[in-house]
Design a protein around this ligand. Sequence first.
Ligand code: SAH
Length: 372
Amino acid sequence: MSEEIKLVFEEPKQRIKPPKHFSDLAPEDRKTLAVELGIPAFRANQMAVHFFTHYNDDPETWSDIPKDLRDTLAKEFVPKLITLVRSVTADAGKTRKDLWKLHDGVLVESVLMSYSDRTTVCISSQAGCGMNCPFCATGQAGLTRNLTAGEITAQVVAAARICANGELPGGEARLSNVVFMGMGEPMANYNAVMRAIRNITTPQPDGLGISARSVTLSTVGLVNGIEKLTQEGIPVTLAVSLHTPDDELRDTLVPINSRFKVKEVLDAADKYEAKTGRRYSIEYALIRDINDQAWRADLLGRLLKNRNAHVNLIPLNPTPGSKWTASRPKDEAEFVRVLEGYGVPVTVRDTRGREIDGACGQLAAAEVISEV
Ligand code: SAH
């Protein structure tokens, strides 16, 4: 049999489902499940306090719960979902990238960044990504699988624990912000991401009690997802990865644009803004001589001048082997000037964690595997 035919007939790799975790469930369902297993409902509250208030995911140490029950809880409610493979730091320890191994050996990354006024964790919603944006490292390897709500939440709980333990410079801190800007397209894993957002924003002890406005969901612009989010009644900050105001170039930079055009995406974001009152953010990676021309800034300014949006310019972080690079400083400055001329609020994002491949679009665990 030739190699090619063998490949065709090869059984698809059987995926082992990630273990069920109580953070996959809504608080009332956690109680229902406990009762179904013959465990009093108040134990679900105790679990939640350990997990979401004390960031403690090791039932062995939950001394207010009888030993036998702790074993059951460990198995049925709080199986270990993510294991730290390694951490690397940059910016004098203020940026820390963690590589996590999931139960099936799949790797994902999160990045914790401490600033004078806030501490932000950038988390992954999928292992890999199916959106295939040519400038993004994660996009190059394709999608491995969706993360579960538990796996997404676990990254945030781990970050909250690192902050509370005083592991970042400056000592004990509170995790204040969460951004879905790690690996993956959150709108393509909608239900798990929504459950995770509820875990993040629900007050303690049923959730982490981080305010919705401090949670940013960044999307390539899956319009159906933005519309669904509009109906949720959770005013998270919406970020749209636009990268160019014209459909012609966007079809290349963000291939899903062939399905959802610039205008449709902005209209959906406007409706989100109208419903939540939340200004949205336009993400724009500035790529030298590709999307950084003054005329594109002008077109973007016209598109946004009457919208409640803020532009976040990201100097391109070149991926290995890419022919593209960041804009010249003078072109970046001109881009900002043109947008400001239209009264559009604009900031240039700092590039935390570049040297540890922790900056935007660099979270490609596949690259890291070879180094581990
Ligand atoms: N899939 C989501 C979230 C992941 S990436 C989205 O696309 O919005 C978070 C942001 O980093 C996105 O705006 C993405 O376009 C941007 N990004 C990806 N690769 C980049 C790179 N190489 N340099 C700069 N920004 C990049």
